[in-house]
Design a protein around this ligand. Structure first.
Ligand SMILES: *[C@@H]1O[C@H](CO)[C@@H](O)[C@H](O)[C@H]1NC(C)=O
Ligand SMILES: *[C@@H]1O[C@H](CO)[C@@H](O)[C@H](O)[C@H]1NC(C)=O
Ligand SMILES: *[C@@H]1O[C@H](CO)[C@@H](O)[C@H](O)[C@H]1NC(C)=O
Ligand SMILES: *[C@@H]1O[C@H](CO)[C@@H](O)[C@H](O)[C@H]1NC(C)=O
Ligand SMILES: *[C@@H]1O[C@H](CO)[C@@H](O)[C@H](O)[C@H]1NC(C)=O
Ligand SMILES: *[C@@H]1O[C@H](CO)[C@@H](O)[C@H](O)[C@H]1NC(C)=O
Ligand SMILES: *[C@@H]1O[C@H](CO)[C@@H](O)[C@H](O)[C@H]1NC(C)=O
Ligand SMILES: *[C@@H]1O[C@H](CO)[C@@H](O)[C@H](O)[C@H]1NC(C)=O
Length: 349
């Protein structure tokens, strides 16, 4: 009786460890990855790789997460080891010293990948977006599950690949490396309608903003500072972007008047318009931007300085107003409004 009980215990414990035991053909490439690391040891020694630091498995023992940020990893062939991790959902190797280019073939087999973070490494070559998207071509689940794509602070370059726009679950699009992306944002950009954050500052994007961008109604931050974008901003209808808090289009070549529709983005806190070719007047509607705390208008060709200043006194939360050379006139005329405006922190440029 007691023996039988022990046996059951033994069997059930074998079954329960087995459900989490890792698969040999995932273990061995992981091990070879760990061995290539010259300056750092991951101390991955036990039989069950599901117990290794940085690794999470599902109930069937497949590796679903590989999280090794800031581990001093310095491999140049790291991706070649990961081709067998076909159940991987979350891969975070950010803040390491990984180098080399990103292999297409590996991404083809990582067809369950939802989150990829390779930022802050020494990767080089073409932008990995294209590699990820080429994966979708053969895998249906593919890129459409991607939520965050971050390739910042590497030495990658190139165009945003056409097929990135099939990644319809993408929520955040970062491109932290400066001067790495060129080309135009295509007309179907709005297919990424779940995007909350777009950070494409300091690149070589050109052409106009795609009107379909206005379909990204959950957008809270749009950072396109210092690109070569152009076009008449007044033709856009921003009114659907009601969650927009930060909109920074400084240092581009935008023309036209300040779009009135922007005044209905009542969540706006930061609005950067300086260093474009905007003209016309600030409209009284700007006071409906009740949360607006930072407004930068400098280096544009706006008109009616005095009127504009009077209007902006109504922006009760405005703390920083950057307006040097916003207007066509050389000097801002002194009057009563000017004194009231001195309560703001006003910056020259
Ligand atoms: C990868 O998995 C396949 C089976 O799917 C296996 O034949 C191969 O040996 C594995 N590769 C490594 C390096 O373990
Ligand atoms: C990856 O890990 C780093 C460091 O823990 C973290 O800051 C970052 O948010 C992670 N990336 C993603 C996409 O979760
Ligand atoms: C992306 O979507 C377009 C249009 O639906 C399709 O023609 C193309 O094959 C897709 N690309 C990939 C990589 O799935
Ligand atoms: C980045 O890539 C460019 C062009 O390929 C190269 O000239 C430069 O040295 C690279 N920079 C680094 C830090 O690797
Ligand atoms: C927008 O965000 C809300 C709240 O997070 C969410 O319920 C909704 O599905 C999102 N819409 C899109 C198009 O992603
Ligand atoms: C926005 O989305 C709707 C519905 O998907 C579509 O009919 C419309 O063409 C899109 N607008 C733009 C400007 O792409
Ligand atoms: C703006 O356009 C002019 C030519 O029309 C060009 O010389 C200039 O470099 C452009 N500036 C930016 C920031 O794209
Ligand atoms: C300047 O702006 C003020 C306030 O909006 C307006 O009342 C006035 O008519 C404007 N002046 C001109 C010349 O447009």
């Amino acid at each position: 009786m007691a023996h039988g009980f022990l046996l059951i215990l033994l069997i059930s414990s074998i079954i329960s460890t087995n459900t989490h035991a890792c698969h040999q053909f995932e273990r061995s490439p992981l091990l070879s990855f760990a061995l290539t690391l010259s300056s750092f040891s991951l101390k991955w020694t036990s039989i069950n790789c599901c117990r290794w630091k940085g690794i999470t498995c599902n109930h069937d023992g497949w590796v679903t997460e590989l999280l090794l940020p800031s581990k001093g990893l310095n491999d140049g062939m790291f991706l070649s080891s990961f081709g067998n991790l076909t159940h991987l959902i979350y891969l975070n190797l950010s803040h390491n010293s990984l180098y080399g280019s990103l292999e297409t073939k590996v991404f083809l087999s990582l067809n369950r990948l939802e989150i990829l973070d390779l930022s802050y490494n020494l990767l080089s070559g073409e932008l990995p977006f294209s590699l990820l998207s080429s994966r979708i071509r053969t895998v249906n689940l593919g890129c459409s599950k991607l939520q965050i794509l971050r390739a910042g602070n590497n030495n990658l370059s190139g165009l945003l690949p056409k097929d990135i726009y099939n990644a319809t679950n993408l929520k955040k699009l970062h491109s932290l490396p400066i001067h790495s992306i060129d080309g135009v944002l295509p007309h179907h950009f709005g297919k990424l309608f779940k995007l909350k954050l777009i950070t494409l500052d300091l690149n070589y994007l050109e052409g106009s903003l795609p009107p379909s961008l206005m379909n990204c109604t959950n957008l809270t931050e749009l950072h396109i500072l210092s690109n070569n974008l152009e076009g008449d901003v007044s033709t856009f209808d921003f009114s659907r972007l009601s969650d927009l808090t930060n909109f920074d289009l400084r240092a581009n070549n935008f023309t036209g008047t300040l779009p009135r529709s922007l005044y209905s983005c009542t969540s706006l806190e930061v609005l950067g318009l300086s260093r474009n070719h905007l003209e016309g007047q600030i409209q009284p509607d700007i006071v409906s931007l009740k949360s607006l705390s930072f407004l930068s208008l400098s280096y544009n060709r706006l008109t009616n300085v005095t009127g504009s200043m009077r209007i902006m006194i109504g922006c009760k939360n405005l703390r920083t107003l950057v307006f040097a050379r916003s207007f066509k006139v050389k000097a801002i005329p002194y009057d009563r409004t000017w004194r009231i405006l001195m309560d703001f922190k006003i910056f020259g440029t």
